[in-house]
Design a protein around this ligand. Structure first.
Ligand SMILES: [Zn+2]
Ligand SMILES: [Zn+2]
Length: 195
């Protein structure tokens, strides 16, 4: 079964000037993307390789066994002088929520994990499958939470038969019994992205 994308990685670009700091959000596409400076030296994402001298690196959101990460291949030209959480940045880094990359000249990039839970009716494809929390079969009209591992967990079973007891397994369990990922039902940032 194919995985359900349930998270996005965002970059918050902070520019420190003398008396003020400006924070701008860059939404990262779900596919590998180039991060580069545009003509005004403002960072942007592009799908095509940027002009020489403007490239910052190649980034790709990846779902690892340790959780969502952001793969960052740093360009040779840009790599000098960058620091990740105060340490020299390697050419290849797996960034996590809360990481901050500081560049010379007062600009920094904060990595923020945005979780977007997949919730909806089970529908025909999931009908009859077993909820891994309560081990009962899912009805077609049941609202379910889809874990990125593919598991479908009851969120509300009262849809088709209001007399039936609503099963809210996703609210009762804190993590998926199959893959142990945390069950998050509200869309939002894992931590304060503008800290
Ligand atoms: Zn259940
Ligand atoms: Zn799971």
């Amino acid at each position: 079964m194919s995985a359900v994308p349930s998270f996005e990685m965002h970059l918050f670009v902070r520019t420190e000037a003398e008396n003020a700091s400006d924070v701008r959000r860059l939404e990262l596409p779900q596919s590998p993307s180039f991060l580069s400076f545009d003509k005004a030296r403002v960072p942007e994402f592009t799908s095509a390789s940027p002009a020489s001298g403007r490239e910052i690196g190649l980034l790709e959101p990846v779902d690892t066994a340790f959780g969502p990460r952001l793969l960052f291949l740093v360009s040779r030209a840009f790599g000098r002088g960058l620091r990740l959480n105060g340490q020299p940045l390697p050419r290849v880094a797996l960034l996590r929520d809360g990481d901050r990359i500081a560049a010379p000249g007062g600009r920094s990039f904060g990595v923020a994990l945005f979780r977007r839970p997949s919730v909806g009716p089970a529908g025909a494809p999931l009908s009859g499958r077993e909820c891994p929390v309560c081990r009962t079969a899912l009805a077609e009209s049941t609202s379910v939470f889809r874990c990125p591992c593919g598991a479908a967990i009851h969120l509300d079973a009262a849809g088709e038969n209001p007399a039936a007891e609503a099963l809210e397994c996703a609210r009762l369990a804190s993590e998926c019994p199959i893959c142990t990922r945390a069950i998050v039902l509200e869309a939002g940032y894992a931590s304060d992205p503008e800290r």
